[in-house]
Design a protein around this ligand. Structure first.
Ligand SMILES: O=c1ccn([C@H]2C[C@H](O)[C@@H](CO)O2)c(=O)[nH]1
Ligand SMILES: [Zn+2]
Length: 160
């Protein structure tokens, strides 16, 4: 196993998970969801150890609404991040909120199949999934000859 894969396999310290949870909860409080009333917050840890948060932003033209994960991803890219190391999504109700299909693909652009995605609600953690479990047999940057990823960061589409 390469050093790169070893690093990704190392579990994230709980203190960092907690910081991500707090960032996602804070973002969720800023959600603009007057139509669904379903407030979501997300936080992403990048390769430099920085946390980027986002909330869902709905629109009177319903399909133009943006998910919390997409907002956090934009913040990560704007800050110069290129890798997602860990992700947290915080929803509202009693059912855990996992990222929608579109967001799973968006996360795949900057996250390895081994990316851990934790789900939480007001009570606390509700589960952890790899991106590979959420998006099996995924299509990612490594599938294109124009992939922006260096060889060391490419890994097979479905490995977790
Ligand atoms: O993982 C999810 C699931 C849903 N939503 C948003 C989209 C919409 O604004 C509202 C209801 O689907 O929740 C997110 O932001 N992230
Ligand atoms: Zn989404």
């Amino acid at each position: 196993m390469s050093e790169d894969l070893d690093q990704r396999a190392a579990p994230l310290p709980e203190a960092q998970w907690h910081a991500l949870l707090e960032a996602a909860r804070g973002a969720r409080e800023r959600a603009y969801a007057p139509y669904s009333h379903f407030h979501v917050g997300a936080a992403l840890l990048d390769e430099a150890g920085r946390i980027h948060a986002g909330c869902n932003v709905e629109n009177a033209a319903y399909p133009e609404g943006v998910c919390a994960e997409a907002g956090a991803l934009s913040a990560l890219v704007l800050a110069g991040g290129r890798r997602i190391v860990a992700a947290v999504v915080v929803g509202a109700g009693t059912e855990p909120v996992t990222p929608c299909g579109g967001c799973r693909q968006k996360l795949r652009e900057f996250g390895a199949p081994s990316l851990p995605v934790r789900i939480a609600d007001a009570q606390g953690w509700r589960g952890e999934h790899t991106l590979a479990a959420l998006l099996p047999s995924s299509f990612g940057p490594q599938n294109l000859s124009t992939s922006p990823l260096p060889a060391s960061q490419k890994d097979s589409g479905d490995a977790s």
